[in-house]
Design a protein around this ligand. Structure first.
Ligand code: PHE
Length: 451
């Protein structure tokens, strides 16, 4: 059977945007912005997306389109020796990320349903916290994790055109429409003025004093939100049949992803300010607890809540499919397994890996800090080294295919990949490892001792 390709240019772009826009934009971005000082973080993040994220997404695109292969096969075709293992890193990362991503996405489905059946009329933060406890652990969490994975498997089993492409053509416009509706509503809240000024006026003094934590957080967020470091963009670009302008497509994808994250801030911060909640307080549970309290306290909160949580659920789905597709494309290309059994087998394996997260939230940290802080960053580092130093000529020619001779711009791209990206990612990797070791010897050791 010939390898599948996208039916349309819009299909590829929407699939990549669907992958990029996910929990990272809606769940992670607002609380990291809150933790790292609001406007000061926003400016840094925007700078990183433009200077580092855009060149880095092109790295994955050229590998995918040049080889028309899954990430493991692609790296094997281009590299030799120890480089062959890089593709395997992506597979491991994909398993880990999708396993907990699905559990968290399941919580959003559950919260959507709670809004439909009961509303969010809770007595206060304690009750909101208790609700989060029920949703996030035990049978509820397991059940919705299963439902979410079933949706992911269903779409991926249907194929590139009939599953992913049709799916994202519905999901991405839906996300944008729901988000714009929410932003318009948030604008009418009295609290919005204070919220916008918190969000939009960067405090450069704060930035100067806290750069050591703001810079790596912004770099990490830029890579995570663009789905970089585990071969998603390699896989999606591998389904490109024709020679298109990859830089133009990357520009559209990066811009849309960034705009959506920025607009999420215009929604979440007014809601939090309206309910008198400090942005950035708490961790993983923060957005659930604070937003349910916020929805309980503003007019029309129940509908807003349903729309908001459903939007996040859809965004998570359009990202999750891209992760499973990396794994499935490997089984199809390399082992000749048919798409449907490959999707089911891998989807079930990912489900099982996620089960511990539904039992105790310590596993969420165990997986997330490893995948997000170490594996994705390591993947990005190795990809940049590989393209910048091992195959720069091939990469450059591939980028020019569909654009024309790039001259100095092509050199600039290769040098950005060779040095600044490598430096930024090395620093983030170091901090990610330190943080993970801290976690293993601190929180996890305590948790184990208490067993
Ligand atoms: N970009 C996705 C988000 O922002 C997360 C993701 C990371 C998806 C890595 C695929 C690969 O939620």
């Amino acid at each position: 059977m010939p390898r599948e390709t996208w039916a349309t240019r819009a299909g590829f772009i929407l699939a990549a945007v669907g992958s990029a826009v996910g929990l990272g934009n809606i769940w992670r971005f607002p609380f990291i912005t809150g933790q790292e000082g609001g406007g000061a973080f926003l400016v840094t993040y925007l700078l990183f997306v433009a200077l580092i994220g855009f060149p880095a997404i092109l790295v994955e695109f050229v590998i995918g389109r040049y080889t028309n292969l899954n990430p493991v096969g692609a790296i094997r075709e281009l590299g030799s020796g120890a480089w062959n293992y890089l593709g395997w890193l992506f597979v491991v990362t994909g398993f880990v990320i999708l396993s907990y991503y699905s559990v968290v996405a399941g919580w959003f489905l559950r919260y959507t349903l709670i809004g439909v059946t009961d509303g969010y009329a809770l007595a206060g933060p304690e009750e909101a916290g208790a609700l989060f406890g029920t949703v996030s652990t035990g049978l509820d969490s397991l059940l919705f994790h299963a439902v979410f994975m079933a949706l992911v498997i269903g779409i991926i089993a249907a194929g590139v055109r009939k599953g992913i492409e049709i799916g994202v053509k519905v999901m991405v416009p839906a996300i944008i429409a729901l988000l714009l509706g929410l932003a318009a509503y948030a604008f009418t809240l009295d609290a919005s003025t204070a919220a916008y000024s918190y969000y939009l006026s960067p405090d450069f003094g704060y930035l100067a004093a806290n750069w050591a934590s703001i810079l790596p957080a912004a770099a990490g967020q830029a890579f995570f939100t663009l789905s970089l470091g585990m071969g998603v963009m390699i896989t999606y670009a591998s389904y490109l049949g024709e020679d298109r302008n990859l830089a133009a497509d990357a520009g559209v994808i990066v811009t849309l992803d960034t705009l959506i994250a920025v607009i999420v801030g215009f929604v979440v911060f007014p809601f939090l300010f309206a309910a008198g909640i400090e942005p950035g307080s708490g961790g993983a549970s923060a957005i659930f607890v604070s937003l349910t309290s916020a929805f309980a306290g503003i007019p029309g909160g129940r509908i807003l809540g349903v729309v908001f949580f459903a939007m996040v659920g859809i965004a998570a789905l359009s990202s999750a499919i891209s992760i499973l597709e990396v794994l499935v494309s490997y089984l199809i290309d390399e082992l000749g397994v048919a798409r449907v059994p490959a999707s089911v087998a891998l989807g079930v394996a990912v489900f099982l890996l996620g089960v511990p997260v539904t039992i105790d939230l310590i596993f969420l940290d165990l997986y997330d800090k490893l995948a997000d802080g170490v594996l994705l960053v390591l993947g990005s580092l190795l990809l940049a080294l590989f393209v910048g130093w091992v195959i720069p000529e091939i990469a450059r020619e591939e980028l020019e295919r569909g654009i024309g001779a790039l001259g100095g711009l092509g050199d600039a791209w290769i040098w950005i990949v060779r040095i600044p990206i490598v430096i930024v990612v090395l620093i983030s990797l170091y901090l990610g490892i330190v943080d993970y070791v801290d976690f293993l010897t601190g929180d996890l050791a305590e948790w184990l001792a208490a067993r």
